[in-house]
Design a protein around this ligand. Structure first.
Ligand SMILES: *Cc1c(COP(=O)(O)O)cnc(C)c1O
Ligand SMILES: [Zn+2]
Length: 416
């Protein structure tokens, strides 16, 4: 490509809480005030220099939006082949929940099997570009897996702390990639404190959720892709399974940036943060009209990616919800189980428990009359169902080699 424009339009890092600003090309963690930092772009210059038609000949990967990404040079890219994930129509499931306009963005097709690859691709690329050689993070599984594998790809070392109950495949991804993996008999919040002490003692780069500013830029590409896939016409509602909330904040940031450069117009979609009833700090805060959440004691859910009792960026998630007239909603474990099966049976999509939570929330909001039947609704399936092999009891029969298959299988286990 013969492109005379600059590769990058990012200008500086800014604190969304105290407005402090920091230079882009030095390594930063949190703002001095304790808030996460966000990457800011020269949107005025970008408005002049960049057109949707510039994208036409670019490869279908998140790097097609490099003008809204933080890398200084294309040579810095660390990639495992991040595809633009498909928007899948769900006509039967949509009819089933009286939301005929339901579509699902299926993040399970990304490298490492979850959308965490987006944050890792951009975060690792940028970390290496800034000279990081060793990073550390706590994880509920998928982030550690993605960052371990991308770190290996980039030649960086990774130290990962993971709750012992996290899905076993993520554990293997970390360990086989050569990360220094430690299991923690506790929650991600416990692992987070251990990582903080390790970082303090060693000076290793802290890649914890929102403690560095670039993971969110990677996750933001969900919003950029979605807008382009919908031909720059925004949907009415976007539902997102919210743990640390980076994906939701990222989608919101992406849509605001696209609005600022004039690529999308009209009201932003209502952003819906979906949590599990066993870990719903954002939902509780939203119900109270609060600007921040409180720690959720004894959190528990099979949807591991959203088992986050207190998120550093909770105030940004809540801002995004309030600003878009969205909401936060919690679903039960049985609704997650039921919806995962329903999606597989009606549509052939094997969604992860977090994705099933989102579909269950869409169903509930439709039933409550909170989403109109003619709405265009986007559900994010954040990972592949195949990443959670042992997480549910299927109640199957075990035969001896000489036994016959049960004859009633022909008519059972079907929805009408
Ligand atoms: C991490 C994760 C989430 C939560 O993502 P956040 O952006 O941190 O809120 C949801 N689903 C899956 C599968 C995850 O791995
Ligand atoms: Zn600040």
């Amino acid at each position: 490509m013969n492109d005379p424009r600059p590769y990058r339009f990012a200008s500086h890092l800014a604190c969304p809480r105290c407005e402090a600003s920091y230079p882009l090309d030095s390594l930063q963690q949190l703002c001095g005030c304790g808030s996460p930092l966000l990457v800011r772009y020269d949107l005025a210059r970008l408005t002049e220099a960049w057109r949707p038609s510039d994208l036409v000949e670019r490869p279908w990967s998140l790097w097609r939006y490099h003008e809204l990404l933080p890398l200084a040079r294309p040579e810095a890219i660390v990639s495992l082949g991040e595809v633009v994930t498909p928007l899948i129509e769900l006509p039967r499931l949509g009819d089933d929940m009286r939301l005929p306009g339901l579509v699902m963005k299926d993040e399970g097709l990304l490298p490492t099997g979850s959308f965490k690859a987006r944050g890792a691709a951009v975060g690792i690329s940028r970390a290496r570009e800034l000279g990081v050689t060793h990073l550390a993070m706590p994880t509920n599984g998928n982030a550690g897996a993605a960052w371990s594998l991308y770190a290996a790809r980039a030649g960086l070392q990774a130290t990962i702390a993971m709750p012992k109950d996290a899905p076993s495949i993520a554990r293997q991804e970390c360990a086989l990639a050569g990360a220094h993996l430690t299991l923690v008999d506790g929650l991600i919040s416990d692992a987070g404190r251990q990582v903080a002490r390790f970082v303090e003692a060693t000076g290793v780069f802290d890649a914890s959720t929102l403690k560095e500013p670039y993971r969110i830029e990677g996750k933001k590409t969900m919003g950029l892709e979605l807008a382009e896939q919908l031909d720059w016409q925004l949907p009415d509602v976007i539902l997102y399974p919210t743990g640390g909330g980076v994906g939701l904040i990222g989608i919101y940031k992406a849509l605001q940036e696209l609005q600022a450069i004039g690529w999308v117009s009209g009201p932003l979609p209502r952003l819906v943060a979906v949590q599990a009833k066993g870990c719903a700090p954002i939902v509780r805060a939203w119900q109270e009209g609060a600007r921040e959440s409180r720690f959720w004691e004894h959190s528990q859910t099979r949807a591991f990616g959203i088992n986050v009792p207190k998120a550093l960026g909770d105030f940004l998630v809540l801002d995004a919800i309030y600003a878009t007239d969205g909401r936060a909603i919690a679903v039960s474990e049985s609704a997650i189980d039921w919806e995962q099966r329903r999606a597989a049976q009606l549509e052939g999509t094997f969604v992860c428990p977090e994705g099933a939570a989102v579909l269950a929330a869409a169903r509930e909001m439709a039933a409550l009359g909170e989403i109109d039947a003619d709405s265009r609704v986007v559900a994010l399936n954040t990972g592949a169902g195949i990443k959670y092999p042992d997480s549910r009891d299927l109640g199957l029969t075990l035969l001896r080699p000489d036994e016959d298959l049960p004859s009633h299988h022909a008519s059972r286990r079907r929805f009408t």
